[in-house]
Design a protein around this ligand. Structure first.
Ligand SMILES: Nc1ncnc2c1ncn2[C@@H]1O[C@H](COP(=O)(O)OP(=O)(O)OP(=O)(O)O)[C@@H](O)[C@H]1O
Ligand SMILES: [Mg+2]
Length: 413
């Protein structure tokens, strides 16, 4: 099921154009972003007059054959995304001082800062010209987020496009990424409890539903993973990093044909094999993320035994027998979870990571099921309440049972 060769910290790279060809990208191939950057740089230099920052974004978009419109949101209102000068962002971070540094990904370094003109604490991402991402991701990020407005999507406050500099300015997410709360915890850090995990899952599902069903045009995210789920006060989850996002299929179309992009371990096998991207590709990645949240295991963990390195490959045979479910829960929860809730959460995850995309659930169904699960607060001191009413998560669980029986039957036939 893996799409990419795994190599180091940065887990993705960008795409050259809207290729029809399916081409599995190797992560250590860094030739394209650099040449793309040079192309834009030389364009900038060839312009005699000074290009304003908005114009620079349009110029970038034009060079990439992308239509850009950041002045209005999806409803025709003026978007809140504004331009900042490089001097303002340097000022906000004490000239990108090392103690303002919060992390680094494929795009470049991220700094915490305070922008005086808006009096706000922000996160500033600076494009690394030698990194694995480039101007395309920058433009798509600005285009996507300037039209989006949802409590479960990170807010883009503005950007800077000056000369060769490309920077993105976001609301600062004080608790960092989910990845930092799930893995390699310092000894005294309390692991996330069951209720928090379920509310993170439900919030992330609502963010995804907004992209799939509420935005116009609808968006396929393509980069859902724990490191891209940022956490605000009260662990409110927000999806981030939209550089790989694609406009979804329109009208009669069932998919978008594109070069295979994404992150190793999260990429749907059907998309990896055919290059046909659908909303169900995101659903698969969502299932992997949900499994990580439940099991505390990484999507890919090279440090584990061979047969346990790939989370989905490890989990799939376990789904077949409910007696395995208690072996799948994150041991750091130390037994503090509701047995029924665990069963339902695993049933949703199992449904999302099904091999056949048609059998994966609709985003809106996952939202209903997870909202319900998140509303059922677990309290270790209280015995579980037995409800005679069937819950939405049970409905999803029942569907997976019957669909799995059906797919087992098809496999046998
Ligand atoms: N808005 C933000 N507020 C606070 N911290 C952030 C914000 N955006 C990113 N970060 C932090 O910066 C670090 C790097 O993020 P970034 O998205 O660049 O890389 P990544 O998600 O780790 O990898 P990838 O390039 O594959 O997306 C992460 O640890 C994240 O916690
Ligand atoms: Mg990220």
């Amino acid at each position: 099921m893996s799409c990419f060769r795994f190599n180091g910290k940065s887990r993705k790279r960008s795409e050259e154009n809207n290729d029809k060809n399916v081409d599995v990208i190797k992560r250590d191939d860094r030739t394209r972003p650099t040449s793309e950057l040079l192309k834009v740089k030389s364009n900038v230099n060839s312009k005699k007059e000074d290009v304003s920052k908005d114009d620079q974004l349009s110029l970038d978009a034009k060079n990439l054959n992308l239509k850009v419109d950041v002045s209005k949101d999806g409803n025709g209102n003026d978007s809140n995304v504004q331009t900042f000068t490089f001097a303002e962002l340097a000022d906000a971070t004490g000239n990108f001082r090392s103690d303002c540094f919060v992390g680094e990904g494929g795009f470049g370094k991220v700094y915490k800062g305070h922008i005086a003109k808006i009096n706000q604490v922000v996160a500033i991402k600076q494009l690394d010209p030698n990194g694995v991402q480039g101007i395309r991701e920058f433009v798509i990020e600005v285009m996507t987020l300037s039209k989006a407005d949802h409590p479960n999507l990170v807010k883009l406050l503005g950007f800077c496009a000056e000369g060769a500099q490309r920077l993105l300015v976001y609301e600062y997410m004080p608790l960092g990424s989910l990845e930092n709360h799930l893995y390699d915890l310092p000894p005294l850090r309390t692991p996330l409890d069951w209720n928090t995990r379920m509310s993170i899952a439900a919030g992330a599902a609502r963010g995804l539903e907004y992209l799939h069903d509420k935005m116009d045009p609808s968006i396929i995210y393509r980069d859902l993973k724990c490191s891209n789920i940022l956490l605000g006060e009260g662990y409110q989850p927000k999806l981030s990093d939209f550089g790989l996002a694609k406009v979804g299929p329109k009208g009669e179309q069932t998919h978008v044909s594109t070069r295979v992009m994404g992150t190793y371990g999260y990429c749907a096998p059907d998309y990896a094999m055919t290059g046909q991207l659908t909303f169900k590709s995101d659903m698969y990645s969502f299932g992997v993320f949900l499994l990580e949240l439940i099991t505390g295991r990484k999507a890919i963990d090279p440090e584990k035994e061979r047969e346990e390195q790939n989370l989905v490959a490890w989990a799939r045979p376990m789904f077949k027998d409910r007696r395995n479910f208690s072996k799948m829960i994150d041991p750091r929860l130390q037994g503090q979870y509701p047995v029924r809730g665990l069963y339902q959460a695993l049933a949703i995850a199992a449904m999302c990571v099904q091999e056949q995309p048609a059998l994966r659930p609709a985003t809106s169904d996952v939202v209903i099921a997870l909202n319900y699960l998140a509303s059922q607060k677990y309290d270790s001191r209280k015995p579980p309440v037995r409800s005679s009413r069937r819950s939405p998560s049970q409905d999803v669980a029942r569907r997976i049972d019957s669909e799995q029986t059906e797919s087992d039957r098809l496999e046998r036939d």
